[in-house]
Design a protein around this ligand. Structure first.
Ligand SMILES: *[C@@H]1O[C@H](CO)[C@@H](O)[C@H](O)[C@H]1NC(C)=O
Ligand SMILES: *[C@@H]1O[C@H](CO)[C@@H](O)[C@H](O)[C@H]1NC(C)=O
Ligand SMILES: *[C@@H]1O[C@H](CO)[C@@H](O)[C@H](O)[C@H]1NC(C)=O
Ligand SMILES: *[C@@H]1O[C@H](CO)[C@@H](O)[C@H](O)[C@H]1NC(C)=O
Ligand SMILES: *[C@@H]1O[C@H](CO)[C@@H](O)[C@H](O)[C@H]1NC(C)=O
Ligand SMILES: *[C@@H]1O[C@H](CO)[C@@H](O)[C@H](O)[C@H]1NC(C)=O
Length: 390
């Protein structure tokens, strides 16, 4: 090779290298064939990956990239098919056009939270392996049909986080490609005033659903299509009614910070409930109308939070449903007394919290009924005496 030409090539490649460092990319080896790359513009970076036997496994962090309008194949790089985790948090991206990320065809997990995304096209086409997508804390107003289409085959996606966006309504059509496999769906912090029953018709495997903090005044749904749902979070809405009787796998439900004045506790019958949070509502009485319907309802030990309501009366029928109970929090209510026999259907009650019921007096026969219970907040007279003399 001609000497001058050789020098030229050297100079050019040196220039390219310095260009790469201008783009601010860093490469870190985390272990054999595991790398982390961080920069604003990966397309300009040509890393020397010292890895021949297997494909490198790359975690790519895109930072401080102000693309505004990210168009098709924007992020073409030398290593994009080796990117398994793409974490792009806090960038200034407003529009993600169709195929924006289609180069990362082997990506498994994408975190695109906090990127000021306003409008979302079908940016993820061809990402057949993708199993988790985080789009939390953007400004997305709508999910158009096709946006959540990752591959022609059935989607592998099991986690989708759309929380804290500006979604006002969701259409079934937008989720047809992902509902078959989805396990966790985060929708909290949007403006979904209401959701219809049919929206969830195909989410057969969904076991976690968060609809917290979404201004919901009514739910026109019975959750009847969610056979695998174990955890449901409906806290911080304006709900007065909810029907969960058909959510046959339900274990945990958060209904705190709503407007419930009454709950039809019979609904909990037969559900494998372990935790119910109804704190910060407007409940006045705890009772079950149809005790035959409700008897033997709860099996597992239950944690039940009823603190910060306006409860003045607890009826014995209530414990037909919750007879096996680990923790019952009744603090910050208006209970004056428990009638004799209130707890007669209680098989297990480990901890009862009754603090901050200013007028409450606990009778001695209640402490006999609850001999095995640790009571926090008030002592019946006999226990107070015992405590004074021991
Ligand atoms: C973004 O870029 C695409 C392709 O160049 C163009 O068609 C579209 O109008 C742009 N959008 C905005 C909001 O600038
Ligand atoms: C999604 O990203 C947000 C913001 O970065 C984070 O708080 C949240 O935990 C992530 N969601 C999941 C399910 O990991
Ligand atoms: C998708 O389907 C095609 C054709 O049936 C198949 O060749 C390919 O391996 C599938 N891809 C995945 C990720 O399952
Ligand atoms: C319900 O969701 C809100 C917001 O994400 C969270 O603060 C709360 O802890 C969740 N409740 C449960 C029981 O996880
Ligand atoms: C409740 O369970 C007990 C013990 O398993 C049983 O003897 C009783 O008949 C049941 N009651 C009803 C109404 O099913
Ligand atoms: C019961 O509720 C009160 C009032 O909100 C709270 O301070 C306390 O931590 C709760 N206790 C338990 C064990 O949940």
């Amino acid at each position: 090779m001609n000497k001058t030409l050789f020098l030229c090539v050297l100079v050019v490649s040196a220039l390219q290298r310095s260009h790469a460092s201008h783009a601010g990319c860093t490469l870190r080896a985390d272990g054999p064939c595991f790398y982390t790359i961080a920069c604003a513009a990966p397309a300009t970076f040509r890393p020397a990956l010292d890895c021949s036997a297997v494909d490198p496994y790359i975690t790519l962090h895109i930072k401080q990239s102000a693309g505004h309008n990210i168009t098709a194949n924007h992020f073409t790089s030398e290593f994009d098919s080796f990117v398994r985790i793409l974490s792009a948090i806090g960038n200034d991206w407003h529009y993600l056009q169709n195929n924006a990320f289609s180069n990362f065809k082997n990506v498994l997990y994408m975190d695109l939270s906090e990127n000021h995304i306003v409008s979302l096209g079908a940016a993820f086409r061809g990402l057949e392996q993708m199993d988790s997508l985080n789009l939390s804390r953007n400004h997305i107003e709508t999910i158009k049909p096709g946006v959540l289409q990752f591959s022609a085959n059935k989607s592998r996606l099991y986690m989708l986080d759309l929380s804290y966006n500006q979604l006002t309504h969701l259409s079934e059509d937008s989720f047809v490609n992902v509902n078959n496999n989805l396990r966790s769906l985060y929708l909290q912090g949007n403006k979904l005033n209401t959701l219809g029953d049919h929206f969830f018709a195909k989410f057969k495997h969904l076991n976690y659903l968060n609809l917290c903090c979404s201004n919901m005044g009514s739910l026109r749904m019975t959750f009847k299509y969610l056979p695998s749902l174990k955890e449901l979070n409906l806290s911080y809405n304006n709900l007065k009614k909810v029907d969960i009787s058909k959510v046959k796998s339900l274990e945990t439900i958060d209904l705190s910070h709503n407007d419930f004045e009454e709950i039809y506790f019979e609904n909990f019958k037969g559900l494998p409930i372990v935790k119910v949070d109804l704190s910060f509502n407007k409940l006045k009485k705890l009772y079950v109308e149809d005790s035959a319907m409700a008897s033997n309802a709860s099996r597992p030990l239950v944690k039940l939070y009823l603190n910060n309501n306006d409860i003045s009366y607890v009826d014995e029928t209530f414990f037909n449903v919750f007879s096996y109970i680990a923790i019952l929090n009744l603090s910050y209510n208006n209970i004056v007394e428990f009638k004799a026999d209130t707890f007669r259907y209680v098989n297990v009650l480990k901890i009862l919290i009754v603090s901050n019921n200013p007028k409450l007096r606990l009778a001695d026969d209640i402490s006999k009924e609850l001999a095995q219970t640790f009571i926090i907040g008030k002592f019946p007279p006999s226990q107070i005496r015992k405590r004074m003399f021991t």
